[in-house]
Design a protein around this ligand. Structure first.
Ligand code: HEM
Length: 271
């Protein structure tokens, strides 16, 4: 396995269509395996494009102002009465984004979603099998919105419920890590920075997702790091930010993630 570290090399590979993602097995029968094999994240070619287009439509349904307001209100409720030094920032970061997204994506029990997604996230990322992850996926699918005869809100896809669950799982660890990284910067001296500056610096210097993988044209797996040096930086030119990836598979939810994380960080800093 090759590791690419310099951000210039990593970006080149991310933008090169000859490099594909390792695919989920189409033979999977267990619930998590089926979720992975139905996701955009582990598919290539036209299947990826079709699923990604649907995810982009779903993200287009989200109202950023309402998400921010919901994230702020949920954070205020969780911090209420707790001294700053005893705040459970990781707990807030792992709960609020998924609950807000589940609410706007029409899940029947948004407050339950963070616990279920937490059960599912690791197995989704690395393909391991676990009964707890399977149960969580089944519960999430059961609470996803469905209408007889098709999609829930006018954006049709045969895989609609699974792709809504994919959005929650993709959001979970990465958005939490952004909130935690930004709060670490506050604790270690960046107390006067604006929240937007904190998020920008965290994304550049302490990326929430550290790496991804691609398969090269010869079939070898390549590890692509988002946190390495950038040989094109220097002399007033900061390293490029690759936190959301690049190219045709870049995170489609950058604005959503930054809006939610920003609202949470603002509330935690105000407490
Ligand atoms: C700070 C928070 C986030 C970070 C750093 C992040 C990062 C990433 C990265 C690096 C990728 C591309 C992986 C690759 O190329 O192999 C990705 C893909 C993806 N992200 Fe995010 N993400 C974040 C939040 C979110 C949120 C909030 C959502 C959903 C609401 C989301 C949905 C997705 C989806 C669906 C994909 C797969 C896209 C595809 O298959 O083409 N992400 N994300």
């Amino acid at each position: 396995m090759t590791d690419l570290i310099d951000r210039a090399d990593v970006e080149r590979v991310l933008r090169d269509p000859r490099f594909t993602v390792p695919e989920a097995s189409a033979e999977a029968r267990r619930p998590m395996g089926r979720l992975r094999s139905g996701a955009s994240r582990f598919a290539n070619g036209s299947t990826h494009e079709r699923r990604r287009a649907h995810l982009v439509d779903l993200l287009g349904l989200l109202d950023a102002r309402r998400l921010e307001a919901d994230a702020a209100a949920r954070t205020r409720a969780l911090v209420a009465g707790t001294p700053r030094a005893r705040l459970d920032v990781p707990g807030i970061a792992r709960t609020v984004p998924v609950a807000c997204l589940a609410g706007q994506l029409g899940f029947a029990e948004p407050d339950e979603a963070p616990r279920l997604v937490a059960e599912a996230a690791e197995a989704y990322a690395n393909g391991t099998e676990s009964d707890a992850a399977d149960e969580a996926v089944l519960r999430l699918l059961a609470t996803a919105p469905r209408r007889a005869g098709g999609d829930a809100d006018g954006v049709g896809h045969d895989n609609d419920a699974e792709l809504r669950v994919q959005l929650l799982v993709q959001a979970y660890a990465a958005t939490a890590a952004l909130v935690e990284g930004a709060m670490r910067r506050v604790a270690t001296g960046a107390a006067t920075a604006t929240t937007a500056e904190l998020l920008e610096a965290t994304l550049r210097d302490d990326p929430p997702v550290r790496l991804t993988r691609r398969v090269d044209p010869d079939g070898a797996v390549v590890v692509l790091r988002f946190d390495g040096a950038d040989r094109d930086s220097g002399r007033g030119r900061p390293p490029r930010t690759l936190a959301f990836g690049a190219g045709s598979r870049a995170c489609p939810a950058r604005a959503t993630a930054v809006a939610i994380a920003g609202a949470i960080v603002e509330e935690v800093r105000a407490c």
